[in-house]
Write a new protein. Structure first.
Length: 581
């Protein structure tokens, strides 16, 4: 083996790792909605959590990525520690799928059928289809499908290149001695852990071991401890991702490490005892792609079967290792680790936007009460709720901007844009709610009062605003297009009410039935309530935008009059319902 073989091996390794990365990322984007569905089905059921971890890892081809996602979920409060443990155990079994895919490269035989099964036979066809999809298809899902095919082809080409480059090592005595040394189980475990820790992917390190097995110098006795060590090395990624997280997120990463260390120690002891008590000649046989896949699968299934029933004990143990601090931690609303999985990050943004909507609605409810019954306590509550909506806007806005910069499906990208628009409307509604409260505070401090007709008119407008808030917020939370279409007719009615009430109040002031100072407050109230209805109209427009795949809200609102067949009927119904006496 000369310098050129070494360079070829390095090139093959780089292609292998790059192909695995491209394929994994594309699979993750393509399966975004499926990941959300699986996550939504998670319960405290141990077996269901295990299956979820297995399925997600089999789809995205990386237990490290799954574990990092789980750490992020726990940090964000989406999963409990107990649920996370079950998912992690499933991820360890799911990662064995990759080894079986890679083992196709080791198929040998002269028959046409066996030759067609070899990736070197069909990966060029996949590469051709993949490049056509990637370059010429406009649909993002088809582009991702093309990248999956391209990634797989590059991965298998890199694997074949590595295998060819290292084949000359079979004649190098030093290489043979190296793997004889790894028959020492402890050294084998350390070698597997270090290699996997460096490249941060157990699937990739198993693939490298399979490539090295092409030399015929890797015995099963050497391969088995290395496979055990690879499971420990893959924990590095999760441990790094847990830095700066909540206690439970740190515990999740440590449970992953504990699970793999305990499983490795038990299997290593059993392996050493069996080798010492019985003569097993097959351990000296040369390992190949398939035998490495079998060992990898058996090891992970055995560890999971052994420790899955002990999930509660692992949870208690890690809680003692990482005890709660005396000061309660705040759970982060949004975790940047979730950005590695855009579809899940968007789901979390939806949940946080729903909390923001609740805060804005509560701000408005308390503010309307304070118009006629202001108290310092009520004023402070409104300010706290308004500050909370500001906080939500800050964290959601910056997070959604980062999310929008990532490559995601067309529907997810459209929804992220809708959320960015919506959080601005929620924040402005809360601001106008605070203005209403301050108007009520001014009336209380200056001992102002509206006339009986003015109070009756205000009650009508407030009822209309309460209904438009309920309609628009409900449409946003449920993506109900029918509810969204009902908003614009009501918004037109509220605009008309504002003008009527302004005119009537001017007449009352001219007649001496209302003071000029109260008139200023009246004008502020009408302006705030009318602008709240405008922002509700924007929210409904965002829902219509999303359904019609059009991000121009003003155009959506204009078209709503034409698209909504019952617009005039609904308008007249609202006009009658909110008619001034």
């Amino acid at each position: 083996m000369d310098i050129f073989d070494i360079l070829t091996m390095i090139g093959g390794l780089c292609l292998f790792l790059y192909g695995m990365n491209v394929m994994g990322d594309a699979l993750e984007r393509r399966a975004g909605s499926s990941l959300r569905t699986l996550l939504g089905k998670l319960t405290t059921n141990r077996f269901l959590g295990f299956l979820t971890g297995l399925a997600v890892t089999a789809v995205i081809q990386s237990s490290s990525a799954t574990t990092v996602m789980v750490v992020g979920f726990v940090n964000s409060g989406l999963l409990t520690l107990g649920q996370a443990i079950n998912v992690i155990m499933g991820a360890n079994v799911g990662t064995t799928v990759t080894a079986w895919i890679l083992s196709l490269g080791g198929i040998e035989g002269d028959s046409l059928f066996l030759q067609l099964l070899k990736p070197t036979s069909f990966s060029p066809i996949l590469a051709l289809i993949g490049i056509i999809y990637t370059m010429f298809m406009k649909d993002s899902k088809k582009k991702d499908t093309g990248l999956i095919m391209l990634g797989f082809a590059v991965l298998m080409f890199g694997m074949d290149t590595m295998s060819s480059a290292v084949s000359g090592l079979k004649d190098v005595p030093g290489f043979q001695q190296l793997f004889i040394m790894f028959t020492n189980p402890i050294l084998g475990v350390l070698a597997g852990a270090v290699l996997t820790g460096i490249i941060q992917s157990s699937s990739a390190s198993v693939g490298i071991l399979q490539a090295l097995s092409a030399t015929g110098q890797v015995s099963l006795a050497a391969a088995i401890p290395i496979i055990m060590g690879q499971n420990i090395g893959t924990c590095v990624t999760a441990l790094l991702s847990s830095v700066g997280t909540t206690k439970n997120a740190k515990r999740t990463a440590i449970v992953h490490l504990m699970f793999n260390i305990i499983g490795t120690v038990i299997c290593l002891i059993l392996f050493t005892l069996v080798r010492g008590l019985f003569e097993l000649p097959f351990l000296n046989n040369a390992a190949n792609h398939v035998s490495i896949s079998i060992c990898h699968t058996v090891f992970n299934i055995f560890c999971t079967a052994l420790l899955l029933p002990s999930g509660n004990l692992l949870e208690k143990l890690v809680c003692k290792l990482v005890p709660d601090s005396k000061v309660m931690e705040e759970i982060a609303e949004l975790d940047e680790r979730l950005l590695a999985t855009p579809s899940i990050a968007l789901e979390r943004c939806r949940d946080t936007a729903a909390k923001m909507a609740d805060a804005a609605a509560d701000t408005l409810k308390e503010a309307i009460t304070s118009i006629t019954a202001f108290t310092p306590e009520l004023g402070e509550k409104v300010r706290e709720l308004e500050n909370l909506t500001d906080h939500y806007e800050d964290i959601l806005g910056s997070y959604l901007v980062k999310l929008s910069a990532l490559r995601s499906s067309e529907s997810d990208s459209s929804e992220a844009t809708m959320l960015l628009k919506a959080i601005n409307d929620f924040e402005r509604i809360a601001d106008h709610g605070q203005n209403l409260m301050e108007a009520g505070q001014e009336m209380k401090e200056k001992e102002l009062a509206f006339s009986a007709p003015a109070r009756a008119e205000l009650a009508v407008l407030v009822s209309a605003v309460n209904e438009i808030v309920s309609l628009s917020f409900g449409a946003f939370l449920t993506k109900d297009l029918d509810e969204a279409y009902k908003v614009e007719p009501l918004e037109d009615v509220i605009d008309g009410l504002k003008e009527q009430m302004r005119t009537r109040h001017i007449l009352r002031m001219q007649q001496g039935n209302c003071s000029i100072e109260a008139g200023f407050v009246w004008s502020d109230l009408l302006t705030s309530l009318e602008r709240i209805s405008d922002h509700c109209s924007n929210l409904a427009g965002s829902v219509i935008d999303l359904q019609n795949h059009n991000m121009n809200t003003h155009e959506a609102l204009r078209s709503a009059r034409e698209a909504y067949a019952d617009f005039d009927v609904q308008y007249h119904a609202y006009a009658e319902k909110y008619r001034l006496a």
